[in-house]
Ligand binder design. Structure first.
Ligand code: ADP
Ligand code: MG
Ligand code: ZN
Length: 477
């Protein structure tokens, strides 16, 4: 029998707000243990939460970017459970009226466009963290308690680990385009729960699902899904049935084990939080949020392929980075340079510089205007392509114009025919042996061009040197 995998994801993203969701503590990652805490986020009796407006703004922004209906009115609910990293013994989340519902996320898998529907997006608070230490035992760090999250819940529309991975990548690039999450996977900024079932190929009914929680890398999600699909097929092929359960994925041992079965599933006893009023988003606010959404990664990807004629890989690499895509589009919009030329610089030398120095484009001094100037100087023959590469580092690091850098580094190409001809003639006069070789039928062009470049201190226009050299050699017979 052939089986189809059915996968649904619950993706948690930490929002990059300054302060936490219900208090004014910093939401920054990496501070000393329990230094970002107050009576509200440590759940002291009598303390009251006040909702951070930015959280609503960011959650609605993600909803609009993923085609969701953003509810004008939504509310907060308590999700009750006990765990040492949750001092209130309930998490403030959203239950029956989330901020966003019914979205659609489009993405490409092996050149094919796919859609995964979103059931909902809601906002909620993160829990603290338990730090296990052999000497001190277990320490609870409440810094993460109250850091704002959005949870995006998909419909069970994904059918392979590859689809799940591309969906997750698209969520990540969308969050980064919207500038609402720092997307630092190593700091746990994006985590997901994966739900997996199988069914006979062709069937439209859903099978019994198994959930694996809190997976913090996309490659880990791929491994967890692949393992679980294979495990379920194996169980069914051996006459067994799949139990609805939560299993713990171990990304080191590469297997999962039962954590909780349906019988001991948690009863969260959701109810509206009496300390928080309903949230209303009026038209003006909704318009403001909508106006902040840039052209999104998949739309750019398609435009780069269709209008700029880029390969799938080029279009993907450029559209994956908001800063690179903006740089490309600004250069293309100027009409002064070919989009392809700008794209080549961004994909090769600019990306290499950013990788080597481990810096973000937006933290450097490179601007679209500088990139345009560089390409124009090369197109006009003022500098060579090779000289362009030498100019680039200073373009990232200084406020100088490209012209000024070229001047300071003495990289202006000599394209004056008279001056080049003089160099060619001098080189020929100094290289009688090469001329003899030439007359004997040997190819000496490469050598002589090299000598001319050297004589011009690397600044001679190579096309012109080639042309004039050929002309002079012909004269020698
Ligand atoms: P819960 O709130 O208990 O986690 P939900 O019904 O909200 O359960 O579903 C959570 C996730 O599980 C969703 O992403 C959904 O798409 C996915 N899901 C539901 N049923 C299945 C199934 N049969 N196979 C795979 N995924 C499923
Ligand atoms: Mg779940
Ligand atoms: Zn606090």
């Amino acid at each position: 029998m052939k089986y189809e995998a059915v996968i649904g994801l619950e993706v948690h993203a930490e929002l990059s707000t300054e302060s936490k969701i219900f208090c004014s503590c910093s939401a920054k990652f990496g501070a000393g243990i329990n230094t970002h805490t107050c009576p509200v986020c440590t759940g002291m009796p009598g303390s009251l939460p006040v909702l951070n407006r930015q959280v609503v703004h960011y959650a609605a922004k993600m909803g609009l970017a993923t085609g969701c209906t953003v509810n004008r009115l939504c509310k907060s609910d308590r999700k009750n459970y006990f765990y040492p990293d949750l001092p209130k013994a309930y998490q403030i989340s959203q239950f029956d009226v989330p901020i966003c519902e019914n979205g659609e996320v489009y993405f490409y898998v092996d050149g094919e466009k796919k859609c995964c529907r979103l059931e909902r997006i809601h906002f909620e608070e993160d829990a603290g963290k338990l730090l296990h230490d052999e000497i001190d035992g277990t320490v609870v760090d409440f810094n993460r308690c109250g850091v704002p999250l959005i949870e995006m819940v998909t419909r069970p529309d994904l059918h392979s680990s590859a689809e799940a991975k591309e969906f997750l990548e698209t969520i990540k690039t969308t969050l980064s385009y919207l500038d609402i999450c720092d997307c630092k996977m190593e700091e746990g900024s994006i985590r997901c729960d994966v739900n997996v079932s199988i069914r006979p190929e062709g069937s439209t009914e859903l099978g019994t699902r198994v959930e694996m929680k809190n997976i913090n890398t996309f490659s880990g999600a791929v491994r967890a899904i692949d393992f679980e699909v294979a495990r379920q097929i194996d169980v069914v092929e051996h006459g067994g049935t799949i139990q609805q359960e939560t299993r713990r994925w171990d990304d080191v041992k590469l297997k999962n084990t039962v954590m909780r079965t349906k019988e001991d599933a948690q009863d969260y006893r959701y109810f509206p939080d009496p300390d928080l009023i309903a949230v209303e988003i009026d038209d003006a606010w909704m318009d403001k949020i909508r106006s902040e959404i840039p052209e999104l990664p998949v739309a750019r990807y398609e435009r780069y392929r269709n209008e700029f004629g880029m390969t799938a890989m080029e279009a993907r690499q450029l559209s994956d980075s908001f800063a690179k895509a903006e740089l490309l589009d600004a250069a293309a919009r100027s009409g002064k340079v070919k989009p392809k030329a700008a794209a080549n610089w961004i994909l090769s030398d600019i990306s290499k510089y950013l990788n080597d120095k481990a810096v973000e484009l937006e933290d450097t001094k490179l601007t679209a205007d500088k990139l345009i100037d560089l390409i124009v100087l090369i197109d006009k023959g003022t500098i060579s392509g090779a000289a362009g590469k030498k100019v680039l580092p200073a373009m990232f690091e200084t406020d100088e114009t490209v012209e000024a850098i070229v001047g300071r580094m003495g990289l202006k190409q000599v394209s004056d025919e008279g001056a080049i001809l003089k160099i060619v003639q001098d080189v020929l006069a100094d290289n009688q042996k090469a001329i003899d070789d030439y007359k004997a039928g040997k190819n000496v062009t490469g050598f002589l061009v090299g000598q001319c470049m050297k004589a011009s201190k690397g600044q001679g226009n190579p096309q012109m040197i080639n042309k004039l050299l050929a002309q002079e050699l012909v004269k020698l017979g």
